[in-house]
Design a protein around this ligand. Structure first.
Ligand code: FPP
Length: 256
């Protein structure tokens, strides 16, 4: 148990090594991030929670640029979960204004950088202004061939799985799919990440060690990296550090 614990601790950031040289041939192709700690960041500074979210939005920009530099193929960011509706109305309203604000500022740059914006999550229950802004971004960037910037917005993995199961059941009911033909691949193709590879690396900031209903199926064999750094303080160096740790891991996928 002790050994296990120290091994676990060793996987967490100690923030003492800001620069890392990376093996360019082993960059994770899909990095997923649970951007956590905005509220605590704001509280520490005596600011309202929304100030933390505003600062958190600014960080996205820096991390997207770094992801492009590193030639990461897919960057998935957990921006708003199906559980986040439980927050005070003013905070929810603010959080759901951020995608629009971000895209207003950044869409021209994302176009220039050949970034393809995607959204996974329930668009139909978002405020109209949010849904409109993200739909426009997806439409405008759909032919871009560079980084896929995949925002999880109004996303919950269990909801996603339930919806996938319903679709599969319907296909069985109507006879287009036989129940014997249901494989892992069939389930994967019914998820919101249908044409995306599974994340190679999951990062969660703020010291919390849980998945919070994020990509439960897709993260089955991903490497996890946790840091105590709060999302508004997260920098390109932390991303590099996470990848350096990832590159030291032996991925065995259950084999030897
Ligand atoms: C978790 O921190 C963070 C969120 C629920 C929101 C994350 C959103 C952003 C970083 C900005 C989104 C921007 C765009 C463009 C989509 P928390 O509020 O739970 O922090 P706490 O645990 O310290 O309270």
């Amino acid at each position: 148990m002790l050994e296990k614990f120290s091994k676990w601790k060793g996987n967490r950031s100690n923030h003492t090594t800001p620069s890392h040289s990376l093996d360019e041939s082993a960059i994770p192709k899909h990095v997923a991030i649970i951007m956590d700690g905005n509220g605590r960041w704001a509280k520490k500074k005596g600011l309202p929670r929304i100030a933390g979210h505003r600062e958190g939005m600014k960080v996205i920009n820096k991390i997207v640029r770094k992801a492009i530099d590193l030639k990461i193929e897919v960057l998935s960011l957990y921006a708003f979960s199906t559980e986040n509706w439980k927050r005070p109305r003013t905070e929810v309203d603010y959080l759901l204004k951020l995608p629009e604000r971000f895209l207003k500022l950044e869409l021209p740059n994302l176009m220039e950088e050949n970034v393809q914006v995607r959204i996974m999550g329930g668009l139909d229950t978002l405020p109209e202004h949010t849904a409109k802004a993200v739909t426009k971004a997806m439409e405008e960037t759909k032919d871009n061939t560079g980084l896929i910037l995949n925002f999880a917005l109004n996303y919950g993995s269990r909801y996603e799985l339930v919806e996938a199961m319903k679709q599969v059941a319907k296909e069985v009911e109507t006879g287009t799919l036989s129940s014997d033909a249901i494989t892992e691949d069939v389930i994967s193709r019914h998820l919101m990440t249908a044409d995306l590879r599974d994340p190679d690396l999951l990062i969660r900031t703020s010291g919390e060690i849980r998945l919070s209903n994020f990509m439960l199926w897709q993260l089955a064999y991903s490497e996890f990296w946790f840091t105590d750094v709060l999302w508004p303080d997260f920098t390109e160096h932390h991303l590099t550090e996470a990848i350096a740790v990832y590159q030291k891991r032996a991925r065995r996928y259950g084999g030897v």
